[in-house]
Design a protein around this ligand. Structure first.
Ligand SMILES: Cc1cc2nc3c(=O)[nH]c(=O)nc-3n(C[C@H](O)[C@H](O)[C@H](O)COP(=O)(O)O)c2cc1C
Length: 190
């Protein structure tokens, strides 16, 4: 298998958002180490309207929605970067999860949660994993919580290497890649 193609969903559309720093970090990390080709799916750029119906049932889907679906479909694996808002993940993220259907099926998904406080947004994990499980996505058994995000990453996603544990990064990515590889083997003819 060639290097995988990864789509990173940057979920926060909040003015002055910080979790996007983590999305930028993963993009750079994967590209600079030549581990994957990467597509950034920035929900702040898409600015989808509030969910009304699943894409497959829409009569006149927008180009943006079709584009998003195609990019999820074409990705070998997904990294979701999600902030924690009041113990959950943001509405912007639920908005796009509900929009799609078959695109999530057996899709390897790794979750990175982000907070400005000291717990790294970990309360997001169970609700987000449950929703993705309901969609038959393949959530990988690894997490990458980022506490005190503005102390670890600058606005361009460059890490303070004294605060970032590189081993945690590679473990997280390797779990995702393992699932991608396992899925690709299942597809091979006998
Ligand atoms: C509406 C709202 C609720 C939040 N709730 C939590 C929370 O429950 N736990 C937490 O650690 N941080 C919470 N935060 C802080 C976020 O972790 C912080 O904004 C962080 O930078 C990630 O979100 P961002 O990408 O939108 O900046 C909240 C922020 C907002 C705007």
């Amino acid at each position: 298998m060639n290097i995988p193609h990864i789509a990173i969903i940057s979920s926060s559309i909040r003015t002055g958002r910080n979790s996007h720093r983590v999305a930028l970090f993963f993009k750079k990390y994967l590209e600079e180490n030549k581990l994957a080709t990467v597509e950034m799916l920035d929900l702040n750029e898409y600015r989808f309207p509030l969910f009304e119906e699943r894409l497959r049932l829409q009569k006149n889907p927008t180009e943006a929605a079709a584009d998003f679906a195609e990019k999820i479909n074409n990705a070998d694996g997904i990294i979701i970067v999600s902030p924690e808002y009041n113990g959950g993940y943001p509405a912007s993220l639920k908005n796009v999860i509900d929009l799609l259907s078959k695109e999530w099926y057996h899709k390897p998904v790794a979750i990175s949660t982000v907070s400005e406080g000291s717990f790294g947004g970990t309360q997001v994990i169970t609700s987000l994993q449950f929703t993705l499980w309901k969609m038959s996505a393949w959530t990988v058994p690894a997490m990458f919580p980022v506490p005190e995000v503005t102390k670890i990453f600058d606005e361009k996603g460059n890490p303070d290497t004294s605060r970032l544990d590189e081993k945690r990064v590679s473990n997280f990515i390797n779990e995702l890649f393992w699932c991608i590889e396992a899925k690709s083997r299942m597809k091979k003819p006998e």
